[in-house]
Design a binder for this molecule. Structure first.
Ligand code: HMG
Length: 446
């Protein structure tokens, strides 16, 4: 069967930097380590006044198409995944296509365009749509452009304010991809939950503590479902495990539970038995409560073992490096986790061709999905082309007072006029005001 997967990837970060330890902690009277160690984030990327989901998505797609020397005729679909949309009818993909048509010859009139919504998991669902379209043979030799773009902003004062972010990931999905092949096997964990939602409002209503539990519960279900089709997983099967990363502290929890699950009934559990005992089994307990206490005690001990730490450092920690600097990008988050892990491997001179990744996506509301990926021969060239380090470095650091102003600019309920842009755009698309029907207008700046 011809391989189908991610052929190329480009990441575009919001151009402002909101430093959590330096800028947010003093205002909130919090210990800076609450952010850097507890939550696990150094900073959030924030959109400048002329940036939004369209500009960031279009800029990521523009760089990708330019680098791969693509023209609109090469693209048969454009799917945008976002939970920051501003129109209930016209999809963001039409705006992005309009931007790209300003700079490329030809048009996207024969490309199918859409917008996917399911909180943060819709980026991965859009990959699925593209994969299925190619597998069904409907693509006429063309590729799909999947763009995950969000301004992940919370209401001022919300606990989630520490986990904001803004950025876009553009991915080209093709036959015989250069980066990773997607597995046909998938697992889902999905349930009607009210952990995080935006009922006709811009900023989310969040039950933060519960959202963490729902993430873990759905992820466990998805892993079990994946194993029911792909067979049992083992920690040594995967070089990297990129998870949806609302903040690295969340993935610390997911990684530990995943490892505990994967080592059950394996030689690793046996090897650790002298040090921390074997995992408790539910049938040995009279009540669920007693079992849960015992498994939580075992998990705490497991976390302290060298075996677990070494696995975490190799398999999970590298996937968090970009996220730590940019915050939660919602739909793009798991895709920057994959890119981060691959980039760290490249920097460590690891050859990952033929190796496997396990990818755990999640969206509140709630659904988790797990699939595997196989790294392709030309992965290193593709990852070497990323410019995310340079973009992160070039961001303009904003003060708290500037943060307040720019947050207002992006708040749909506020009229924040005359806020000067903080950076100067170059070779990119910018927001250019409103049209006669309330549409947004965009322009390319050389
Ligand atoms: P909180 O309740 O303020 O934090 O906010 P906490 O009290 O749970 O502390 C976090 C960690 O910091 C804890 O460590 C503390 O011990 C530690 P842990 O127990 O987790 O290992 N800590 C410190 N560490 C070092 N030095 C210190 C210190 N103080 C405390 N001084 C919460 C956390 C997640 C609730 C909040 O950030 C929030 O509401 N975030 C938004 C919701 C969210 O991100 N949920 C994640 C799961 S849902 C999801 O991923 C979906 C999402 O992306 C949306 C979508 O799908 O569309 C959000």
């Amino acid at each position: 069967m011809t391989a189908v997967g991610i052929d190329a990837i480009e990441i575009h970060t919001g151009k402002l930097k909101f430093d959590l330890a330096e800028t947010l902690a003093p205002v909130k009277d919090k210990d800076p380590e609450y952010y850097t160690k507890g939550i696990g984030l150094a900073a959030s990327s924030f959109p400048d006044t002329y940036e939004d989901i369209v500009t960031m998505g279009a800029n990521a797609a523009y760089q990708l198409m330019k680098r791969r020397d693509l023209s609109p005729q090469d693209i048969g679909r454009i799917d945008v995944a976002t939970e920051s949309s501003f129109d209930n009818s016209k999809p963001v993909s039409t705006y992005i296509a309009g931007c790209l048509e300003q700079v490329f010859d030809g048009d996207f009139h024969h490309a199918n365009k859409g917008e996917r919504k399911f909180a943060c998991i819709s980026g991965t669902q859009s990959l699925d749509d593209a994969y299925n379209w190619i597998r069904a043979g409907r693509h006429r030799g063309r590729s799909a452009l999947v763009i995950a773009t969000d301004t992940a902003l919370y209401a001022r004062g919300d606990a989630g304010e520490a986990t904001q972010g803004a950025g876009a990931v553009a991915m080209l999905i093709s036959e015989n991809p250069d980066l990773v092949e997607l597995s046909t096997e998938q697992g889902y964990g999905s349930a009607d939950e009210t952990d995080f939602l935006k009922p006709n409002q811009q900023f989310p209503s969040v039950d933060g503590k519960r959202s963490v539990q729902v993430y873990l519960a759905r992820m466990r279900e998805a892993l079990e479902d994946f194993e029911s089709v792909a067979g049992d997983t083992h920690p040594d099967d995967f070089e990297l495990i990129p998870f949806h990363t609302p903040f690295p502290g969340m993935v610390r929890k997911a990684g530990l539970l995943g490892f505990r699950h994967m080592i059950r009934d394996t030689e690793i559990e046996e090897q650790l038995a002298d040090e921390i005992g074997r995992q408790p089994r539910p049938e040995a307990f009279d009540s669920d409560e007693a079992y849960l206490d015992a498994i939580s005690e075992y998990t705490d001990k497991l976390k302290g073992t060298e075996t677990y730490q070494a696995w975490y450092d190799d398999t999970i920690a590298p996937t968090l490096e970009i996220s730590r600097e940019v915050g939660n990008w919602y739909t793009g988050s798991v895709h920057i986790a994959r890119a981060s892990g691959l980039k760290a491997a490249l920097e460590a001179d690891q050859d990952l061709a033929g190796e496997r990744l396990l990818v755990g996506s999640y969206g509140s509301g709630a659904q988790a999905e797990i699939h595997a990926e196989t790294v392709q021969e030309d992965w290193a060239e593709e990852i070497a082309a990323l410019t995310i380090d340079e973009q992160i470095e070039a961001r303009r650091d904003i003060s708290f007072e500037e943060y307040e102003r720019v947050h207002d600019v992006h708040n749909h309920d506020k009229q924040a006029e005359d806020v000067e842009e903080f950076t100067s755009p170059a070779d990119e698309f910018v927001f250019d005001g409103w049209g006669r029907m309330g549409e947004r207008k965009y322009r390319y700046v050389e």
